[in-house]
Design a protein around this ligand. Structure first.
Ligand code: ATP
Ligand code: MG
Length: 572
């Protein structure tokens, strides 16, 4: 066990100092709190003070211990002691870290932290929350208009959860005792009313360029084939409406004055960071198996843990996932993968995910050889999610990139050719998965291409990087670099060559390096005017060849040079 002392340094306004780790080593480029390893025989307090001096040239005064917690990385277990602290002297310098920021507690969530610090970030952001977002005046007006006609109306669900978490809600959904016809009548003549969801009891009101969904209190209807009910049953009480909702943190309502209606103790769970079903979890997952994936999504996005009974029921009911349509599943899975705790959720729930993607099943128990070490393939894939950018296609490629390995193992081969062809097989498996889940074609192609190339070791000389750029284009190549980085970080390798590659790539993009025919300094028209080509395949061959010569560094991308080069081609 390694002991680490870290300090939550705050300024007068309550902002917290966070540091970006320097290059190389595990967790490079991720954010953390200042502090470091407690040396043999040293007191944690002394280590905290010393580390802040060494890392940042700051003198600090320590307050009480804020928290202590354990975290296991694959290569080591860490025990953290976090202290509260204040700066009392010195000028902030970056001796070890790459960057530092003072940020408000609510903003902590916008940074990607070292995995060990994530639960602390959650807690800090929750506990030190000062201002909660308030209901937009127009939502309050809509509620008021319904109240005037004698109906109850409340904000409900995600917006209540998010505002209590201090996050700006995406949208404010309302619920009411008024029936859809009565809602329509209430707003007719004042706001535009759309009836798109009316068969489920939802009327959409367009007010001040925003849409508000207003849904009549309803109960869970009979489920047919474990899919959403065909017909809805309206009910009279808010509590009944809240009872049909999935998790306690999603089953709260809020009035314009900030009153919270919380019959299932959602606030307690929100504060503790726990996901718990409303009612009997097994029954709730059986009614609608999509809730199992929503559970994983909320856990990954909010960084919340799953209450044991709820988790057990989700695992037991996982076979019900076959009733869920691919396009509904994939939306939840993508949001889960982009969540900040995706690494933990994926690691703990491979068995559930294999019911949506049976292709991953062999990976879950597969022990792979890597640099002379053995590791579980799935847990490694999960871990790399902690280090990769949260671009959906990158996260999907991270998750699936090695699932081809169990299908490609060749006994008795050298380690580096043990899983020959796994990238191509992985790309094909990913293609099958994403087709079944009905992902759009473009994203699917991007994911599969990233998987196909993920295992190639980048060569860093300029012409090689230029070739990569021609092959993949800057956006896709940047994504590939993200994947290489995450892999390197999860394996704790220094990756100097990767850094050099990234630098050359950034330079080339900044210089406006030409990587596609459209960027050549000449057009087909220019070639025709000079009598060097006629429209048709020969012209496009010539343009491709000129691009090739530019990428290979044999000619500059300017008009004169390219025309001369084209004349060479003609002379051949
Ligand atoms: P977000 O908008 O961030 O996805 P949300 O909680 O608002 O989160 P929505 O899908 O917009 O999620 O659903 C709104 C509310 O409807 C939820 O908060 C929850 O109360 C309820 N809900 C949504 N889907 C289900 C479901 N499958 N089963 C039960 N209740 C659900
Ligand atoms: Mg919502």
């Amino acid at each position: 066990m390694t002991h680490v002392a870290a300090v939550i340094l705050t300024d007068e306004t309550g902002k917290i100092l966070i540091c970006k780790r320097g290059e190389g080593g595990s967790c490079a480029h991720l954010w953390e709190f200042p502090g470091g390893k407690v040396e043999e025989g040293e007191a944690p307090e002394a280590a905290a003070v010393r580390e802040c001096q060494e890392e940042l040239d700051l003198e600090i005064t320590l307050g009480p211990v804020y928290a202590s917690m354990d975290y296991s990385y694959p290569d080591r277990d860490i025990h953290f002691t976090f202290f509260n602290g204040r700066v009392t002297g010195g000028d902030l310098k970056l001796n070890v870290h790459e960057d530092v920021r003072w940020v408000a507690p609510a903003e902590l969530k916008d940074y990607t932290f070292c995995p060990a610090d994530v639960s602390l970030v959650e807690r800090l952001a929750w506990e030190r929350q000062i201002e909660l977002p308030v209901m937009p005046p127009i939502a309050a007006t809509l509620i008021g208009m319904l109240n005037e006609r004698g109906f109850e109306a409340w904000a409900v669900g995600g917006c209540v959860r998010d505002s209590l978490l201090g996050k700006e809600p995406k949208d404010w959904d309302l619920c009411t005792s008024a029936k859809p016809e009565q809602v329509k009548e209430c707003f007719a003549g004042t706001y535009k009313v759309l009836e798109t969801g009316i068969q489920h009891g939802t009327v959409t009101v367009l007010a001040q360029n925003e849409t508000y969904e207003i849904t009549t209190y309803r109960a869970e209807g009979e489920y047919e084939d474990h899919r959403r009910p065909e017909a809805v049953t309206f009910v009279d009480s808010l509590e009944e409406d809240l009872a049909r909702r999935d998790f306690t943190i999603n089953a709260m309502a809020m009035g314009p004055d900030g009153t919270i209606i919380d019959p299932f103790n959602g606030q307690v769970d929100l504060k503790a960071g726990v996901l718990r079903c409303v009612g009997n979890p097994a029954q709730r997952f059986e009614e609608d198996a999509l809730r199992i994936l929503r559970l994983l999504r909320f856990s990954a996005v909010l960084g919340f843990t799953i209450e044991p009974e709820t988790h057990k029921a989700a695992k037991e009911q996982r076979h019900m996932l076959r009733w869920v349509a691919g396009e509904r599943s994939v939306k939840e899975l993508t949001r889960m993968l982009c969540g900040k705790a995706a690494h933990r959720v994926v690691a703990e729930n491979g068995d559930i995910l294999a019911h949506v993607m049976p292709e991953i099943e062999p990976a879950l128990t597969f022990v792979q050889q890597r640099n002379g070490k053995e590791e579980n393939l799935w847990l490694h894939a999960a871990e790399t999610l902690a280090y990769s950018s949260d671009i959906p296609e990158v996260r999907w490629a991270m998750l699936l990139r090695d699932i081809g390995k169990p299908y490609c193992q060749q006994a008795g081969s050298e380690t580096n050719s043990l899983y020959e062809g796994h990238a191509e097989v992985g790309a094909q498996l990913a293609d099958a998965i994403l087709r079944r889940l009905k992902t759009d074609r473009k994203s699917r192609d991007v994911v599969c291409e990233l998987i196909r190339f993920h295992g190639i070791h980048p060569v860093t000389d300029r012409v090689s990087v230029q070739r990569w750029l021609q092959l993949l284009g800057p956006k896709q190549l940047t994504s590939l670099v993200h994947i290489w980085w995450a892999d390197a970080m999860a394996h704790r390798v220094k990756a100097d060559s990767l850094k050099a590659f990234e630098k050359t790539l950034i330079d080339l993009i900044d210089e406006g390096f030409c990587y596609s025919v459209d960027q050549l300094a000449i057009t087909g028209g220019n070639l025709m005017t000079e009598g060097l080509a006629q429209p048709g395949p020969s012209m496009s061959n010539l343009l491709d060849w000129l691009l090739h010569e530019v990428v290979e560094g044999r000619v500059e991308n300017n008009k004169e040079a390219l025309l001369n080069k084209a004349r060479e081609w003609q002379a051949k």
